[in-house]
Design a protein around this ligand. Structure first.
Ligand code: 5CA
Length: 438
């Protein structure tokens, strides 16, 4: 992409309404624009990151055997009356009347709708286990939307729903999602710790939140430092095998959010030098809720003994849009964002330090064309900004690699490669630079 043909509304000033670094940087880097409280337009740079996060989430859900579909954002109120949550959900629910005065709502979550779909078609235990998911916009009329996309009102969520014949089978589905979440967040360059959690409006009695440690996080957390160094299962993990050793390894060390924290256990189990008490960002939460929805909504299957029984369910959410902010909270410095390569909006930025000079223009065009042809996502800063401005923009928007093309270096046949994550630099020829990223 040539920057002169892109749409990147960088802000010079830090917007005063932004209280946390990810909100400030997303606005300054031209990644999003607030259209209403808690409701955002995703501008091109931010949208590229959102799509990369979505891709990773999708790949890991598919690897774990979940099947993707897409449910609508609007739902019938009567559906939620069946489960009894229409009134219970409270003011966070955006209730809508259509032209025929039919009562609808903008879905905050989809347990009822997925249960309606399931019960329409699945009648036998032979069709189980089943895990259906989608990546869809949700609306929760938060009392105080704040911190940008971290706590929005309209936000993008991956929500998966599992269906099993009994609790034992449902726990296997739960474990598959637990492992898929470990892999998902690790691929984004995050250390997300599974912590026992309250279940809240979703229900049930088994739940883990996946928390990214960050001072600006909304959740208070207590954990054993060793949990930060546990190994994440590889891409060859056998989802049909026994995952309990992995679950045990990740849940035996103390890790709890403040609302379930047990100070006595914490002091007894965690040596003083290993106690971590900080804040964190909840990027995902998984629940086992048994027959909560299948009872109320009559989602029954015939079991192997020939009798009808309600299925045991679980739901598994990831805050796809929240993750854009969470990654920035975890990956930034005083100059701006430091995107992990897997989610970066572009992988390489080519900076022409003397726009209009024959030699630097030619070298940049060569690099731009060769890297693009090799499928590398390149942003070529071909603007007439001064070098200092180009450095500041590239550092702000957080592209992992910068190729600096200046007349002095070219006079020696060299360009400079800069790694945004640690600021390290290396001189090499134009051809070596082109090959470096292919
Ligand atoms: N207001 C919000 N803004 C941005 N992300 C949010 C918001 N509320 C929740 N999330 C994200 O969505 C994830 C899942 O939300 S949840 O309420 O925990 N779980 C559910 O809704 C279940 N139905 C999972 S399928 C959370 O872990 C969080 O990362």
């Amino acid at each position: 992409m040539r920057l002169t043909r892109f749409f990147l509304p960088i802000l010079k000033e830090t917007p005063k309404e932004a209280e946390i670094v990810s909100h400030r940087l997303m606005l300054r880097a031209g990644m999003m624009r607030q259209e209403a409280a808690g409701i955002y337009a995703w501008l091109p740079l931010g949208f590229r990151v959102l799509k990369n996060i979505e891709r990773i989430v999708r790949e890991e859900q598919d690897r774990a055997g979940a099947i993707e579909l897409l449910m609508p954002t609007l739902q019938l109120a009567d559906l939620w009356r069946e489960s009894g949550r229409y009134d219970a959900y409270g003011p966070e629910m955006l209730r809508i009347a259509d032209r025929h005065k039919r009562e609808l709502l903008y879905g905050p979550t989809n347990e009822e709708m997925i249960t309606e779909i399931f019960r329409a078609y699945v009648k036998s235990y032979r069709s189980l286990p089943l895990n259906l998911y989608h990546i869809q916009w949700k609306f929760r009329d938060e009392q105080r939307p704040r911190f940008g996309v971290m706590r929005g009102r309209e936000f993008l969520m991956k929500d998966a729903y599992s269906f099993d014949i009994d609790e034992a089978a449902a726990r296997l589905s739960y474990n598959r999602m637990f492992v898929a979440y470990l892999r998902t967040f690790a691929r984004m360059g995050l250390k997300a710790i599974p912590m026992r959690a309250e279940t809240g409006p979703i229900g049930g009695d088994l739940s883990h939140e996946f928390i990214v440690l960050a001072e600006t996080g909304e959740s208070g957390v207590f954990c054993n430092k060793d949990v930060l160094d546990l190994p994440v299962p590889g891409a060859d993990v056998d989802y049909d095998g026994d995952l309990t050793p992995v679950i045990k390894q990740w849940t035996e060390l103390y890790a709890a959010t403040e609302d379930v924290h047990d100070e006595a256990r914490y002091e007894k189990e965690v040596p003083a030098e290993k106690r971590v008490n900080t804040r964190g960002i909840e990027v995902g939460q998984i629940f086992y809720f048994g027959t909560k929805y299948s009872d109320s909504m009559k989602a029954l299957v015939v079991g192997s003994d020939g009798t009808e029984k309600p299925i045991h369910g679980g739901s598994y959410g990831i805050g796809v849009s929240r993750l854009v902010g969470a990654i920035i909270e975890a990956c930034h410095d005083e100059n701006g964002i430091q995107w992990p390569e897997e989610v970066a909006p572009f992988r390489v930025a080519v900076l022409n330090l003397k726009q209009g000079a024959a030699d630097t223009d030619a070298a940049c065009e060569k690099l731009y064309k060769e890297l693009s042809a090799a499928g590398v996502d390149v942003l070529y800063d071909d603007t007439d900004q001064r070098p200092g401005g180009k450095f500041a923009t590239a550092d702000l928007i957080g592209i992992p690699w910068q190729i600096l093309v200046g007349p002095k270096g070219l006079a020696e046949g060299k360009v400079e490669i800069k790694k945004r994550a640690d600021g390290s630099r290396e001189m090499m020829s134009v051809d070596e630079a082109s090959r470096h990223f292919q």
